[in-house]
Design a protein around this ligand. Structure first.
Ligand SMILES: *Cc1c(COP(=O)(O)O)cnc(C)c1O
Length: 354
């Protein structure tokens, strides 16, 4: 196997799932394991299932289809609201989807009928993050419309915060979901099985108090895969953060000035570089670039080296204080969610379970 290589610790992903499923189930909450962060890489998904996850969600139909073709054996939901052009795939491969547009749900119902299926719908409510979802005042009316589509089963309501607007989960915005659910159950005489209360960022509320209020599902990706919570800028208690490492290979090591020589224009990405003159330094080039990775999301494990920049295919390191780094050395990095996402997607990056 070659480099760059993303090494993923099977046992740590599994233990994170075991811990989080226990922690959440004590409050009556089931976890939907979100697989998009690793492009639904099969061995990672299997580790999640071994750790007690019983339901999966992904934002991409390609990932969901691959999981189903691999006979993953658990329900998989499409968590990004579907494109009109993919509805056939959606009803064929997934048990349910998250939705916010009546026109899409009508078309979804039509496709589901063609395939003789009942498709589950979680109606997304926007409680303030202003990404996807129906505004609270429109929810009840929309539910009435959904109930007219017999091929759809309205499984429940869901909400998402902390993704676009960076709005933090709070007892107040969770409460909106609960109140709406009560109103709907009363008005239409139905029971909503699922109240999907958020993502990794919502775990912090659970730690402080009982989320209660009928919320019975969290959709967790980051906490499982990395043990971090980027929205609240913290580690998730009880989980391991050492789940994956990137290894990349050094292809050049030379003493060079730190300030470029010549007139400075724009870099390969159209930005004007801001470079500090720190005198001569020992610089290493690693065979990895922006085509593979959001390099701002990498941290060298060896704290005596520093990332000084990168382009499409090259990552530059200051290794003045690392005498042992030479050509062919492997450099290890910790990754953020954004870096993991890009590394998983790049076909140039090998993935290995360790
Ligand atoms: C990505 C995503 C999640 C998972 O978020 P994490 O922060 O990784 O736990 C949950 N819900 C939706 C709709 C998502 O798109």
């Amino acid at each position: 196997m070659g480099y760059p290589r993303l090494e993923i610790a099977e046992s740590k992903i599994r233990l994170n799932c075991e811990y989080l499923t226990n922690f959440c189930s004590r409050q009556g909450i089931a976890i939907m394991g979100i697989t998009k962060g690793v492009s639904a890489l099969l061995p990672v998904v299997k580790a999640m299932l071994r750790g007690g996850i019983e339901k999966l969600g992904d934002s991409r139909m390609k990932n969901i289809r691959a999981l189903k073709e691999a006979e993953i054996g658990v329900p998989v939901y499409l968590i990004r609201i579907p494109m009109l052009s993919e509805l056939e795939e959606v009803v064929y491969w997934s048990e349910g989807s998250f939705n916010s547009e009546v026109d899409v749900m009508q078309a979804l119902a039509h496709k589901a009928k063609l395939y003789n299926k009942t498709h589950k719908v979680i109606l997304l409510v926007d409680v303030g993050d202003l990404r996807e979802g129906i505004l609270p005042e429109d929810v009840s009316k929309t539910v009435g419309q959904i109930l007219d589509f017999p091929a759809l089963e309205l499984e429940g309501l869901g909400t998402n915060v902390g993704c676009y607007g960076g709005v933090l989960p709070s007892p107040e915005n969770i409460r909106i979901l609960f109140d709406l659910a009560q109103e709907i159950e009363k008005r239409y005489g139905i029971r909503l099985k699922t109240l999907s209360g958020g993502n990794t960022a919502t775990l912090s509320l659970l730690e402080k108090s009982n989320l209660g209020q009928g919320i019975n599902q969290l959709r967790l990706g980051e906490a499982i895969l990395l043990g971090t919570d980027a929205t609240n800028h913290r580690a998730v208690p009880g989980t391991s953060m050492d789940t994956m490492r990137l290894k990349a290979e050094v292809i050049e090591v030379k003493w060079k000035p730190s300030y470029p020589i010549g007139k400075i224009g724009r870099d390969a990405f159209g930005n004007i570089p801001v470079i500090e003159d720190r005198g001569e330094m020992r610089r290493a080039i690693v065979a990895l670039g922006r085509q593979d990775c959001r390099i701002e999301g990498l941290t060298p494990v060896d704290q005596s080296m520093e990332i000084i920049g990168g382009s499409s295919d090259h990552l530059l390191l200051d290794v003045t204080r690392c005498a042992d780094i030479g050509i062919g050395s492997l450099v290890e990095f910790k990754v953020t969610y954004a870096a993991m996402l890009s590394l998983s997607t790049s076909s140039y990056v090998e993935k290995a379970m360790v």
